[in-house]
Structures are given as C-alpha cells and as structure tokens.
Design a protein around this ligand. Structure first.
Ligand code: KG4
Ligand code: ZN
Length: 339
C-alpha cells in the first residue's frame, strides 16, 4: 500500500510517501519567520502553509519517485493544532481524495507522535510506555496496541517544550527555545543552580512546569537584575534543562516500572533534546528497560508519522470507513482522555 501523508498542524508543512510502512520521503518545510515574533502567529502560519503545501507534496512525491495515480490512500492530521493550519492540510488532502477517488484517514497528531517509535523501529514490542513531550503536550502513555492506549500522567499546567521556550525568552534567547537551550547547556554546569523539580517524588505521573519558569524568573531578577552575563548563560541553561529533564526521566521510568513494561519511547519535539535522550537511556538501563528515541526527522512535526499510523488504521479496516469527506478538523482535542 502506498500512502501520501500531510501534516500542517502547527508551523511545519510536511508531506511524506510511505510504501508498506517504509518511508520513501519525508519533506519538512519549517516556518522560521516566526522567530522574529518570539512565538507562532497563527494567521501567518496558515498563510505560509497555503504557500508551501503544493510544493511540499510535489517534493515528497518526486523524492519517492511516485505519481499521484500510484497512491492508494491519503493520511492527514485532523486534530489537535491551530485551526487555520489544520484546515490548509486537511482541505488539500480532501482535494486530492476527491480528484483521485482515494480513501482519506484523519489522524490525531499526538497519536502520530505516540507511534513514531514504531516508525523508527518496526520490531518495537507492545506494550510500551511513551513520553510525548512537545511545545503543546507533556503526557505519559501506556500503549497496548495501535488502537488501545491510556494516558497515565499529564502536565497540569505548561508543557515541557513551553517551559524551554519561556525560559529561553527570559534568557534573551530566540524562539523556539528548546534547541537553543540544548546547545547553550552543552558548555554549562547543570548543578550551578538548584532549580525546583516539581512533583518528582510523588507517586502519580503528572507534571508541573509553570513553577520552574517562575523560579528561573525570580532567580534572574534577584541575581542578575541587569541581565544574565554572557559567561553565566550556559550555567543557567544547563541547570534549567537538568531540572526539566530530571522530572521527565524519573516519572517516565517510574511509570514503566509500575506497569512492568520493558520498553520506553520518547516522542515529540522535546525528544530531540540531547540530555533527555541520554539520561532516559541511562536511567532506564538501570532497571533493564530499553529506551527508544526516534531520529530527529521523526521527533519534530513530520508527515511520516502521520502516514505510518494511517497505514495501520487502513490495515485494521474496513477501508469503507475512510471515504468520509465530511469530517471536520478540531483544534482542541488536545489531551487524549484518561481511561
Ligand atoms: O512536536 P513539536 O515540533 O511541535 C509541537 O507539536 O509542539 O515540538 C516543538 C517543541 C518546542 O517547544 C521546542 O522548543 C521543543 O519542541 N524542542 C526542544 C528541542 N528541539 C525542539 N526542546 C528541548 N531540546 C531540543 N533539542
Ligand atoms: Zn508535535
């Protein structure tokens, strides 16, 4: 089965072609211009998707050496995300589905991230614990199969990526803050400042990151009222990153142990973080648990993960379920409900 997948939920326009679960192309066109506004401007994001989508889809087909006539189905992100951005991708996909009489599989973006570990490694066994950690989400899932999973913990306020972005802003660093902090932290001392690790010792698997951001703000205000000196930036970045990563790692490994699961997956934009990837692997190994981190192109928002899940859904069938062009995109189906 050949799948054309489209992802446009936030600020990346992406298209991919998959053939029997193999990624033949995965083109990601990122909207870097949001940097100058210090965050994503939704209206500009949807206009940029409009400009980029046809070219991105064409690029994915060309790279996969595939013609539209050879495609068997279209998969597209339908929720959650920015409404305008979702509409662009979804309407483009519907247009193709009508023109080529193809089934269309609406996919939940978070579920896309959830199974990106399987896309990376098809032999990954169920059940596994997955930490989905991005700019909008931070949740721990217990994943039983492609159709059955439960949320075992979630952030009660900010997402971890949001914490990275907000702390970077306090440090005068550009958006998105995660990659910049990751880079700055490499030269810093993670023990220089002892920022709080909220709820790290609690028995549940929920998170809270808003206090950390406030604590960094107070700390900077008190100690560096004139602004953080250049030579202290990397220490603050490393210490803040360590606080976020420590909580993510401890809670995820604790969940895997509690549910007696031998595999952990980290997914979503923040799973690109070098310390998170390293620490999760090391901490999990202490308990004989394996940790999978998707390669970078599958950590960030990408259409390959959407196509992968679309193909699994089509396999589960019946295919007749996927000729509904009347589905609507939904910006707010953000946190998968607890079982
Ligand atoms: O999954 P994603 O691309 O988009 C959302 O669905 O939110 O995640 C974007 C988030 C941003 O908050 C960004 O700062 C963060 O992922 N991020 C990182 C790194 N790369 C991206 N956070 C920490 N370290 C990184 N290397
Ligand atoms: Zn995402």
């Amino acid at each position: 089965m050949k799948i054309l997948a489209i992802e446009s939920s936030c600020d990346d326009t992406s298209a991919a072609v998959l053939d029997e679960g193999q990624v033949k192309s995965n083109i990601i066109s990122s909207q870097y211009f949001h940097k100058k506004y210090g965050g994503i401007i939704p209206e500009l994001a949807s206009r940029a998707h409009l400009k980029a989508i046809a070219m991105t889809v064409r690029g994915a087909l060309e790279e996969a050496d595939t013609k539209l006539e050879q495609i068997d189905a279209v998969g597209v992100t339908a929720n959650p995300g920015l409404i305008g951005s979702l509409i662009v991708g979804s309407n483009f996909a519907k247009g193709l589905a009508i023109r080529y009489n193809l089934p269309i599989v609406p996919i939940n973006h978070i579920e896309g991230h959830l199974y990106s570990g399987c896309l990376q490694d098809a032999s990954l066994p169920f059940p596994f614990v997955c930490l989905v950690v991005s700019g909008g989400h931070t949740s721990v899932f217990l994943v039983h199969s492609y159709t059955d999973y439960e949320v075992v913990g979630s952030t009660r306020d900010d997402a971890a990526g949001e914490a990275f972005d907000k702390i970077a802003k306090l440090l005068g660093m550009p958006y998105p803050g995660g990659p910049v902090i990751d880079k700055a932290a490499k030269g810093g001392n993670p023990k220089a400042y002892d920022f709080p690790r909220p709820m790290i010792a609690d028995k549940h698997f929920d998170f809270s990151f808003s206090g950390l951001k406030t604590s960094v703000r107070y700390y900077l205000h008190k100690n560096f009222p004139e602004g953080v000196p250049e030579n202290k930036l990397s220490d603050v970045a490393a210490s803040a990153q360590a606080a976020i990563v420590d909580v993510l790692v401890k809670k995820t490994v604790a969940a895997a142990r509690q549910f007696n699961v031998k595999n952990i997956v980290i997914a979503g934009g923040v799973s690109a973080n070098s310390q998170l990837r390293r620490d999760m692997e090391n901490e999990a190994a202490k308990f004989n648990i394996a940790s999978t981190a998707p390669e970078m192109q599958y950590c960030m928002d990408n259409a390959a993960m959407i196509g992968y899940l679309a193909e699994r859904k089509l396999e589960a069938g019946p295919i007749s379920d996927y000729f509904n062009l009347m589905y609507t995109v939904n910006p707010s189906a953000i946190r998968a409900a607890r079982k």
